[in-house]
Design a binder for this molecule. Sequence first.
Ligand code: OAD
Length: 260
Amino acid sequence: MKEPVPRKELDRARDLLGTADRIVVLTGAGISAESGVPTFRSADGLWKTFRAEELATPEAFARDPRLVWEWYGWRRELIAACVPNPAHQALARLALADPMRITLVTQNVDGLHHRAARAEAGSGDPTRALPLELHGAIHRDRCSACDRLDREPVAVDASSEATLPRCPDCAALMRPDVVWFGEALDHEVLGAALSAAERADVCLVVGTSALVYPAASLPDVTRSRGGSVIEVNPEATALSASATVSLRGSAGRLVPEIAV
Ligand code: OAD
């Protein structure tokens, strides 16, 4: 059993968040682990079982689009059966309570922050609790050749290449609207995230190994402007040594304790 997080550390994190004028939150796969979404690099993570270069690169899609769609179809189904956990809910409440203070930024493609925002907003407007999605969204389709984006994708039949979805505008193959290895991030989304990190007094980093750039640079940006970095993760990461406060524990337990 892991050591409990020292009360002093929890209080320090809560104080930093409570007194900050502006907060940027960076989340990774670990925030969704307690919802049942697999992470990438943990002991049972996706990249321990699957090879990224065969499934999550433009070259892989060009070589074998059926295999890539089969994998994304499996992940879509898995994610559709998951629900937001107390960490997503606490961040959504924090953002809705004072939208000008908080910018949520996620590397996750699972849409769970969106679902938490809509649920917490009730009949109100969830917009300001929606995250900047650095790596796209798995439930959206976009054309592999033109600008077409479908927010409500149809179910994908990956039984053969002939049954894969095609763009109604240009007939090229549709693909999941996610960022693959070797692809650039949307520069407007990245620019908004970097500018939020520059303005933030605190960068709260939840459930990421902090190994994938440029997302992993956001805490450095906040720190280089004199801000603080709070990390929530059961394991030590690339970020832990330089974090102002590093809380060892699960997001579902710790985030609701400090994000109040
Ligand atoms: P990783 O799988 O690299 O890291 C997940 C982190 O979550 C690890 O540091 C775990 O210790 C931590 N973790 C596990 N369970 C947790 C829990 N209950 N609470 C809090 N933390 C927990 O995932 P990311 O850092 O998100 O990119 O990976 C970054 C990017 O690499 C992903 O967005 C994806 C991947 O390749 C793309 O798809 C472009």
